[in-house]
Design a protein around this ligand. Structure first.
Ligand SMILES: C[S@@+](CC[C@H](N)C(=O)[O-])C[C@H]1O[C@@H](n2cnc3c(N)ncnc32)[C@H](O)[C@@H]1O
Length: 451
């Protein structure tokens, strides 16, 4: 059996069986299996493609099997999803897709299940992707369900995205966004300002002034050679950190805090900016294991960055700060490109718990601001409940204490070229980045200043 398929299958099984994260587990499994670069690429495509489109493949498999996917043994179902992906969305020869999938079923569930798997896959192979879509869409009960099948997103996520786009008057971009979530993002890197420069032959990113892409070759080599001064980082994350650091000129001696810092990508950018401006930076991360990642991420920067391991709600009050980054724990709906299983794992029930925490973290940060101090509230989610509503609630609680800066203007002033950031319907200064429009994760950035 082709080892790439086995690695993909084992990763998908672990995602469903033990709540593993594909983006973390897959590189490990590829290394363990000693896959060639070509097979590593195939394993990645198969794993990501199968997980991303899982909702649609489930509808197809259920139709072909004549029973709901709940009635299919989980290892067999995962093999069928992987088989459907190969048959409908790749150039893998159909006989190879069917044969190898049946072998996976034999290995995972025994010979008794192979007849069923073989019959289902043969039925799947009788139609193309478009023909299957037309067929399963007929059973959709609403336009959103139809969109959900076509673009493999849960309906509640589609509705949250539509509302967030509509707040900018751009609801018509919804399908572009859903399509962008199903494409693999290209790798962007950041050269920490003042500490590194992009290689001369690198392609500069359109918006982040410190961002670039490599024409070819693995980024790992460049990152390692730079001793941490060049890092893989989404362009939106770079802009978010720079928006706080450059919102107003830095006065030497300013105190900065990164309240929810791990893994430390934005901490590193803040550290470089603090170093250049003569500011001090502290970082905090609730999880001790993840706090180590923050220490690693700033280890190559000649600035002492103490990293505490506390609940940010208590930690913020132990100082007075001129700038605080609250890059809050969130649903991560803005990074679905990178986490293929995330859209199926999150539920609307996750939102209220997160928004309560977000309000508390941002309120604690506001309380810890020195007069004139600025807090950046950032989420890797465009969900209005996690973005606009959190800021509105904290502003309501703070009375006249806070003024909102125009984050759209700040991001535009930081950006290396014109950036399309429409005004928000609520009149706030919130800047919302998007995968389809900016090629970034869907980061939301708000800037609040204590009067
Ligand atoms: C969105 S991530 C931060 C990403 C980071 N700023 C970066 O750019 O690499 C949010 C982090 O907040 C941490 N966290 C969750 N609850 C927290 C709390 N109550 N106090 C502080 N940190 C918390 C999570 O462990 C997670 O590492």
């Amino acid at each position: 059996m082709n080892p790439a398929r086995r690695v993909a299958f084992d990763t998908i099984r672990a995602v469903h069986d033990t709540d593993a994260y594909a983006n973390l587990l897959l590189p490990h499994e590829i290394g363990r299996a000693g896959l060639s670069p070509a097979d590593a690429g195939l394993a990645t495509e198969l794993t990501y493609g199968t997980l991303r489109r899982q909702g649609t493949y489930d509808a197809i498999v259920a139709d072909a099997a004549g029973r709901g996917v709940d009635a299919i043994d989980p290892p067999v179902l995962d093999a069928l999803r992987l088989g459907a992906h190969q048959l409908l969305s790749t150039r893998v020869a159909p006989h190879a897709a069917v044969h190898e999938t049946v072998e996976l079923v034999r290995r995972a569930a025994g010979a008794k299940a192979t007849g069923f798997a073989n019959a289902v896959l043969r039925r799947v192979s009788e139609r193309s992707w478009d023909e299957w879509l037309a067929r399963v869409e007929r059973s959709a009960r609403s336009d959103d369900e139809r969109l959900g099948l076509r673009h493999a997103h849960p309906v509640w996520v589609i509705r949250a995205f539509r509302r967030a786009l509509a707040a900018e008057g751009r609801a018509d971009e919804l399908e572009q966004l859903l399509a962008a979530d199903n494409a693999s993002p290209s790798v962007t890197l950041a050269a920490l300002p003042g500490l590194a420069e992009p290689p001369a032959d690198a392609e500069r990113t359109p918006f982040s002034p410190i961002g670039f892409r490599l024409g070819g070759g693995a980024p790992d080599r460049v990152v390692v050679a730079s001793e941490g001064r060049v890092r893989v980082q989404d362009e939106g994350s770079q802009l978010a950190a720079l928006a706080l650091a450059r919102a107003v000129p830095v006065r030497p001696g300013e105190r900065w805090l990164d309240l929810c810092a791990a893994p430390g990508g934005k901490t590193a950018v803040l550290a470089a900016e603090a170093l250049a401006g003569g500011a001090r930076l502290e970082a905090n991360e609730l999880s001790p294991v993840r706090a180590r990642l923050v220490r690693d991420s700033v280890s190559g920067i000649p600035l002492d960055v103490p990293v505490s391991e506390e609940d940010g709600r208590a930690r913020a009050g132990r100082g007075r700060y001129d700038r605080i980054l609250v890059d809050a724990p969130c649903t991560g709906l803005g990074a679905l490109r990178r986490r293929p299983e995330a859209r199926w794992r999150k539920t609307p029930a996750d939102v209220p718990e997160l928004t309560a925490l977000q309000v508390e973290l941002l309120s604690a940060a506001v309380d810890a601001l020195a007069p004139g101090g600025i807090v950046a509230y950032v989420t890797c989610s465009p969900h209005l409940a996690e973005t606009a509503a959190v800021v509105a609630e904290v502003r309501r609680r703070s009375g006249d204490l806070l003024e909102e800066l125009d984050a759209r203007e700040v991001v535009a002033s930081v950006a290396a070229s014109d950036i399309d950031l429409p005004a928000q319907a609520d009149g706030s200064g919130r800047a919302q980045l998007w995968p389809h429009r900016h090629g970034t994760d869907a980061m939301s950035i708000s800037l609040l200043r204590r009067r």
